[in-house]
Design a protein around this ligand. Sequence first.
Ligand SMILES: Nc1ncnc2c1ncn2[C@@H]1O[C@H](COP(=O)(O)OP(=O)(O)OP(=O)(O)O)[C@@H](O)[C@H]1O
Ligand SMILES: [Mg+2]
Length: 236
Amino acid sequence: MTSLRVLAVANQKGGVGKTTTAINLGTALAAIGQKVLILDLDPQGNASTGVGVAEEARPITSFDVLAGKATISKAATKTLVPNLSIVPANADLVGLESALMSQPNRNFRLRDAVTAMLAEQKARPADVPYSYVLIDCLKHTIDQIKATLNPALEIQGVVLTMHDARTALSKEVAADVRAFFGPMVYETMIPRNVRVAEAPSAGKPIMLYDYDCPGSQAYIKLATEIIERERRLRAA
Ligand SMILES: Nc1ncnc2c1ncn2[C@@H]1O[C@H](COP(=O)(O)OP(=O)(O)OP(=O)(O)O)[C@@H](O)[C@H]1O
Ligand SMILES: [Mg+2]
């Protein structure tokens, strides 16, 4: 049975580790047997670069998908990681708003594209379907994503990133977030780890760059925690 989960990696703040999480959580989920697709929706294309898809290797991008010129499956390209594909992005995305100005339903392009992908997967039962789509959302707020993707969108979980157990501030932030979001917050915290920051310039997810580093191990733990939570949500 196809049961696709679409997870938007979102935070209204910049530079908080969204792209890093999309790349490395995607890789970890793929490594533990899920078939994963990342949708890069950032004109900077950092997620694409981070999984080894160079700028020259992006003939079809998320711009084409959102402009209604290509399907997700046409745009999806394989990455270095088995079972992990990506719809890459480039600077074309900057012009999306003006390109869509006169088009009807422009706000629902993302939703329509995912719906079409699901229909396509159903029509090809012999292919292994994607089980996770991770959307690297840049600075869109949950409200914007709700409006464009799914009005019934819910917070699946809250991830603490760049945690530094040595600083009082980091501990305080973690405690505040846990107090506010309660059990929504994953037990796993992604540590601040220089290896994690280095990996993208090698065009590799952290698990391929340095499997044993704390950042790798944390993303693997997070992936298992997410799958556990999904199982419980589905069983409920
Ligand atoms: N756990 C970590 N340890 C060390 N550095 C990290 C970690 N996570 C992210 N970084 C670094 O912090 C910077 C910001 O991370 P990232 O690009 O993932 O944030 P973002 O939320 O996607 O930013 P933007 O809003 O600009 O898209 C990057 O240089 C990244 O390599
Ligand atoms: Mg980003």
